[in-house]
Write a protein of this length. Structure first.
Length: 147
């Protein structure tokens, strides 16, 4: 008869045989907790390859937000999963499916008026040329916002 083996030893053996699939898939259920709800709604982990967690992001802006927090997020993943398997992120820009009932509502913007454009041009006159267009876009966006 075989000698009894502790369950923890069986689990360690399984982890040695399948470390990538077990640890990479462990990220999915904790993703929202690790990155926060807002980022989780725009960036979803979809795979693992070569030490990198593959993440789909809804836009370049959200990919940038994710990448700017990469070190902190990876550290949280290490703490939660007990694994340092993930060394970085690989991002792809693609539509991220929202969870049912979590669709983001589009808020209608105020219509663009000639007055807004003229005022943005007036306010940006004293700025260096390389900043004028960015300022004007930001000013108009803020003025069109319903808030």
């Amino acid at each position: 008869m075989a000698k009894p083996v502790a369950l923890i030893e069986v689990i360690k053996g399984i982890k040695k045989k399948f470390p990538v699939s077990i640890n990479a898939t462990a990220v999915v259920p904790i993703w929202k907790l690790v990155v926060g709800e807002k980022l989780a709604n725009h960036c979803k982990p979809v795979g693992y390859k070569g030490g990198k967690l593959q993440v789909i992001c809804s836009s370049a802006l959200w990919a940038s937000v994710l990448m700017s927090s990469e070190t902190m997020i990876i550290e949280k993943i290490k703490i939660k999963t007990g694994s340092d398997l993930i060394q970085g992120f690989s991002t792809v820009i693609r539509d991220v499916k929202q969870e049912p009932g979590k669709e983001t509502k589009k808020i209608p913007l105020k219509p663009l008026t000639e007055e807004m454009v003229v005022r943005s041009e007036e306010l940006s006159e004293s700025l260096p040329d390389e900043l004028k267009e960015s300022f004007q876009r930001a000013y108009i966006t803020q003025k069109r916002s319903p808030l």
